[in-house]
Design a protein around this ligand. Sequence first.
Ligand code: UD1
Length: 356
Amino acid sequence: MKIVTIVGARPQFIKCAPLSRELRKKHTELLVHTGQHYDLEMSDIFFEELHIPKPDYYLGVGSGSHGKQTGKILAKVEEVLIKEKPELVLVYGDTNSTLAGALAAAKLHIPVAHVEAGLRSFDRTMPEEINRVLTDHISDLLFCPTQTGIDNLAQEGIKSGVHLTGDVMVDALEYNREIAEEKSRILERFALVPGSYLVVTVHRPSNTDNREHMEAILSALGRSGKRVVFPIHPRTRKCLSDYGLLDTLPANIILSESLGYLDMIRLMAHAEKILTDSGGMQKEAYLLNVPCITLRENTEWVETVKDGWNVLVGADYFMILSEIVNIKSSKRKIGVFGTIGASRRIADILNSIKIC
Ligand code: UD1
């Protein structure tokens, strides 16, 4: 089968690495990089570290408002699809690249496969929620990482083409965990003692675009007195700079550039606790047995909360501070993201189906 895979943002590079390896055993895959993320730190480092094949097309759309960015990707992906005439288009997750890629394919009557289907935060103010819902409704094959994903789709009347595959991020993590221990020098770089520091990331507009939220988060981190490593997303750096908060960060916060995957895994694996508004990091914290404090009011990964490894605190100063002290590793773990092998399971499904 000729498959066009569309990626564009950091988490998609991570997800496509293990699946590309599997797909290329039996299919022809063309990789399209939309250029939504374009920096060395946000894009190139992932291709290098994860040995992702060089993109066949680089669309260079760059940053912009949601409408402009989505529209540009839609127009450019359409040109590629008309030229290449693939039998399937594969998209990942919930970014503007996901929606635009799926929409371009659906309008050309090319079947769409969505990896990480069925997730919902039930919060339509999040751009990702709009992207997820719309992508699922125009997809022909829906690969769900969790049973919750299957149930959410059923609630919306989507029942055919739905498969429970487990999560490809488990494959990415397992494949790279030992490599990260060997190659990353991140603990040494910041003189970190395993189990004694916090890792924080913030990039969601609900936090970055609200000065009070950023102030509350930074003050709570400062008050915790712990060493805090803060790899900063370019959007967050810009916002903190605009708010005048960048030069007055509490002294216990170690600011770093956005990190590559190997540094990030090693940093997270040895952290005492992780604070984040990222979806992927909530999962990675769970898989690495590190308690997670989620700087959001809701999550798509509800199982991690039910299981006692994740707690939702929004940007509430007192709740953040209290959970930094109180959240402990719970012993019970139900392995919600499935076992290693989601990439192989997805490839097996694609090997066995006939697309017309
Ligand atoms: C996007 C996804 C989000 C995902 C995140 C991972 C959407 C709607 N959001 O958010 O779901 O969790 O990626 O990081 O698709 N920028 C750079 N260099 C880059 C890329 C971005 O400096 O390489 C800056 C630009 O100022 C840009 C801002 O970051 O305006 C936001 O980038 P964008 O890709 O639009 O969204 P993210 O916040 O990264």
